[in-house]
Design a protein around this ligand. Structure first.
Ligand code: ADP
Ligand code: MG
Ligand code: MG
Length: 924
């Protein structure tokens, strides 16, 4: 039989291109490498057939056909239909059945399948080819009338909903009504006669909704179904999903036409879904669910609660053993955990789908590490198997156990996707979006979810459903987008009309807007907002092992942005190799310091003028001397405090570099708000204190139209040099102190916002004079590197000149992005920017992911800087330093390190390794 299949290259076809690839009888025209053309499902079916596994014969119509269908204005390409007919002939030969043959009918499923799995995004039609005549044949052949009518009602229901756009509820209603009338609970309790009645009702519904009769010609059914699958590619759900997952819209979907096998032929039949390892924990054990006497979507839709796959071992031991063997074979073949769909027809097992399994963060890490230990994959592959977002998730909070003890549990469901989530209950996806736009955190509560709920799931903190198992839509999607999810909470009674729910057993109720806490790791839903605790990196040996491998392959170092010793220590625990940005001004804001800083700022300008006058040899008057005295006293206090801060940081980072940035923000940021101070003084009238008046005058005098472009960064240091001097002394004296105490402090001093080399040269001169003074006073040599941020476009464009004055560059990509786009970040992100992204005016938020033009400026700066100083040290300290995509761009630009906030350090270690592997791969 197999030799009826023509070899791939010379299959006859009438269309201009070859659109069809068939499989059956142990042979397949396609294979796993053809995912682009065949989609994931088609490629998997071909590959499984080739591997000798039991797959019902069928064929794939390629993604190219889908694209050509749209290109021709929703017309099948010329000749394609003839080729479909040929392929159907082949399946007929393969199965010995006839499509539309009343005596021995061939039935098929028509299944979508894109290159990337889009769970539940496009629907499958089962039992296609049925009509009154073929139904009779089916019943005659199987001797099972009930089965025949069940298949037929399912077909009308699915085809009606998916292909003919009849609202699914109408069928559901009729089905529920029938069960009610018969006093039964399960679909399986309906008799053949009941189902026959139902078919009549269903057909009437179709006529009522569409104004036409349900199509009885199998070929017309096939034609309509193929086109419906093509059209579903541009359906709203599919589009939304692709947008959220950054999947291109021009890939198209393939269509798979597959010989039906029947899981609903009795108790020796069934259908199921299983993973070769537990997708929640990664444990190496078959995980999944199955139902006897059921078809297709029954398991996924949670129509009946399905038993765990392990139960199959007792119910159908031989089939179970075979399935286990196949699972292992496929896992070895694909060298990854597989997600399998199968059907058992009268004791015979058929494989209907295989694909790489979606998994939780914990499972991803465990599986990757285990598979290296098992010798299945290499360390490099393991690094590629874990997504940076997974690492992020593993460091996320869980609920405080003591709070959980006291908490009121509403219900317990299935732990479908781990993590702790707290939010206010909402009951539909649109509400979720609306509430989140208002700044609320929400938990989406649903009876079950469908692809239409995706937009709500994407914005919710977590999801809970009353129905559906571990492989239900809610569970699969939640795991994939990394949201905590509790599924199948059978005791949860949800009422959409009143937007309220209650636990049937506990009696606890809650309504829209009430706070609830959901634990996707345990399956619990609690009333109220529970406090959370940090995830402990120390307790995750698999993750540490994986990141250790990442450290072996990455080229770039990972540093951190930390302003306090405690942050530095935490980052070091996470594997940070230095501090790339220590912002001194954060130290200015704490407690008593702010008052000291304000005291200095009040007289900063006057004191600086007076000092200049004195330096020019002029005599100062009493007022001037007083101002200078006040200023110096405040600065001296600050110097002592800052030196203490720096000592703490040098100690925490002993032996690792610490880049300290001198004062950066405009001074008004340390002062009260102008309007508030004005109100205060005006209200007090004559009673206003001298101090408040003085403060008001200072705030007014420092007011700028555009502070982000005003007196800040190196400009401020040049206007009020004492800031530079005091900070230099504090840093270097701290270094001396820590060194004398036996430590190994490595200091790097960084100047922000340089646009012209002269700014840097002048600051450097100031700083070096001060450093000499420190050396003389201490009687020891100080050791530090001097560098600059590159965050002004002019700085990037003149990096060759700037490099003459700098030992290192650190890209401040927040400012560089602001200034390259000409956006003020705070105004843009609070305003038009998100709309821009939504409307696709910008492809993404450039403050989250490095824009290519900004990266281009960085590249110029790197090349120019290195042309002056080949060993110039180059890093990034903008927030992009913790974003995986941006990290990949930094790798390509050739930076030496990325620096990010402490909790992003583990993510960055993995992302940097992945970037190094990708670049190495590209350069091969
Ligand atoms: P999805 O992409 O949503 O997983 P599938 O095309 O895999 O959709 O179809 C869903 C389910 O329908 C399958 O898991 C399987 O149970 C059932 N199914 C599909 N094709 C057949 C077939 N030829 N015979 C029996 N069941 C089928
Ligand atoms: Mg499937
Ligand atoms: Mg900056």
């Amino acid at each position: 039989m197999a030799d009826t299949l023509a070899p791939a290259e010379d299959r006859r076809h009438r269309a201009a291109k070859r659109y069809i690839y068939a499989w059956g009888g142990g042979h397949a025209e396609g294979d796993a490498s053809m995912r682009d053309q065949l989609g994931g499902k088609g490629a998997g079916l071909a590959e499984m057939t080739k591997a000798g596994l039991p797959v019902p014969p069928g064929f794939t119509i390629t993604t190219a056909a889908c694209n050509d269908y749209f290109a021709a204005g929703e017309q099948l390409p010329d000749g394609l239909w003839d080729d479909v007919l040929d392929a159907v002939r082949e399946v007929e030969r393969e199965t010995g059945k006839g499509f539309g043959d009343a005596a021995n009918p061939l039935l098929v499923s028509v299944r979508s399948g894109a290159k990337f799995s889009m769970p539940g995004m496009m629907d499958t039609v089962l039992n296609l080819g049925l009509n009154e005549q073929t139904l009779e044949g089916l019943v005659g052949l199987t001797g099972n009338e009930r089965f025949g009518w069940d298949a037929y009602r399912r077909f009308i229901q699915m085809f009606g909903r998916i292909v003919m756009d009849v609202p699914g509820e109408r069928f559901d209603h009729a089905l529920e009504g029938k069960k009610h009338a018969r006093g039964v609970k399960q679909d399986t309790d309906l008799s053949a006669a009941d189902l026959r009645d139902l078919v009549a009702e269903f057909r009437a519904i179709v006529r009522d909704e569409t104004g036409r009769d349900f199509p009885t010609d199998p070929y017309e059914q096939l034609d309509l179904a193929i086109k419906a699958v093509f059209r579903s590619w541009f359906g709203k759900r599919a589009r939304d999903y692709r947008n959220s997952q950054k999947i291109a819209h021009d890939l198209g979907t393939a269509v798979n036409v597959v010989t039906m096998v029947f899981g609903n032929m009795g108790d020796d039949s069934g259908t199921g879904v299983a993973f070769t390892r537990d997708p929640n924990t990664g444990e190496k054990t078959l995980f999944g669910e199955y139902l006897t006497n059921a078809q297709g979507e029954d398991v996924v839709a949670g129509i009946r609660t399905a038993p765990k796959i392990a139960q199959m071992a007792t119910e159908m031991p031989e089939v179970y053993a075979e399935f286990q063997r196949i699972g292992q074979q496929l896992e070895r073949h694909y060298r990854d955990v597989q997600d399998l769909e199968f059907t058992i027809e009268r004791g015979r097992l058929y494989m209907l789908q295989t694909r790489s399994a979606k998994r939780t963060a914990a499972a991803a890490v465990k599986i990757a590490v285990d598979m290296v230990d098992e010798g299945v994959i290499t360390k490099e592959e393991a690094i590629g198997r874990v997504e940076p977002a997974h690492v992020d998730q593993l460091l996320r909070a869980t609920f405080d156990p003591s709070a959980v003890e006291q908490a009121q549990r509403i219900v317990k469901g299935l732990n479908a996707s781990p993590g702790a989530a707290v939010g206010r209950a909402v009951f539909d996806a649109d509400d979720a979006v609306e509430w989140v736009e208002r700044g609320e955190k929400v938990i989406l509560v649903r009876i079950e979810t469908s692809p239409d709920d995706f937009h709500g799931m994407a914005v919710a903190e977590g999801i809970i459903t009353a129905r559906g198992g571990a492989t239900s839509h809610a569970a699969v999607v939640a795991r994939q987008i990394g949201k905590p999810c509790v599924a199948g909470s059978a005791d949860l009674v949800v009422d959409y009309t009143s937007k309220a729910a209650h636990g049937a057993v506990t009696g606890i109720d809650f309504k829209q807007g009430d706070w609830v806490s959901l634990d996707g790791s345990t399956g619990d839903l609690y009333l109220g907002a529970l406090p959370t605790v940090e995830a402990r990196f120390e307790d995750q040996p698999d993750l540490q092992k994986l990141l250790g491998w990442a450290d072996e392959v990455r080229r770039m170092q990972v540093w951190t942005n930390a302003d306090k010793p405690s942050e530095a220590a935490q980052a070091r625990g996470y594997g940070a190799q230095g501090i790339g940005l220590c912002r001194t001004e954060h130290m200015f804001r704490e407690g008593e310091r702010l008052d000291i800083v304000r005291g200095a700022i009040l007289v900063a300008n006057a004191a600086t003028r007076a000092k200049a006058k004195a330096a020019a040899g002029a005599e100062l008057d009493a007022d001037e001397r007083e101002v200078v005295g006040r200023f110096d006293a405040a600065m001296a206090q600050l110097e002592v405090l800052q030196q203490g801060d720096f000592e703490g940081i040098f100690e925490a980072m002993d032996g690792l570099p610490v880049v300290v940035r001198l004062i950066d923000p405009p001074l008004h940021e340390f002062l009260p708000n102008l309007e508030e101070q004005l109100v205060k003084v005006t209200k007090a009238g004559d009673a206003a204190s001298e101090e408040d008046r003085e403060l008001l005058a200072t705030i007014k005098s420092m007011h700028e139209q555009n502070p982000m472009l005003g007196l800040r960064g190196c400009r401020l240091g040049l206007m009020i040099p004492d800031f530079v001097k005091v900070q230099t002394r504090a840093i270097l004296n701290a270094q001396i102190a820590v060194k004398q105490a036996g430590g190994n402090p490595i200091a790097k001093i960084m100047i922000p916002l340089v646009g012209h080399v002269n700014e840097l040269a002048a600051t450097r001169a100031l700083l070096e004079t001060e450093a000499k003074a420190v050396e003389e006073k201490a009687g020891v040599m100080v050791d530090y590197k001097f560098g600059t941020m590159i965050e002004v476009p002019r700085g990037a464009l003149t990096a060759d000149e700037i490099a003459r004055e700098a030992d290192f560059f650190s890209f401040g990509t927040n400012d560089l992005t602001q200034m390259t786009f000409g956006y003020s970040r705070d105004d843009a992100e609070g305003g038009f920017l998100l709309k821009y992204v939504e409307d696709k005016i910008l492809p993404f938020n450039p403050f989250q992911t490095l824009d290519d033009a900004v990266a281009g400026l960085m590249r110029i700066a790197v090349e120019k800087g290195r042309s002056t100083k080949p060993d110039l040290e180059l890093g990034i300290c903008g927030e992009h330093g913790g974003d995986p995509e941006s990290i990949a761009k930094c790798e390509r630009i050739g930076l030496d390190y990325v620096s990010c906030s402490p909790f992003r350090v583990p993510v960055a270690r993995l992302a940097a390794a992945q970037a190094a592997l990708t670049v190495a791969d590209r350069d091969k």
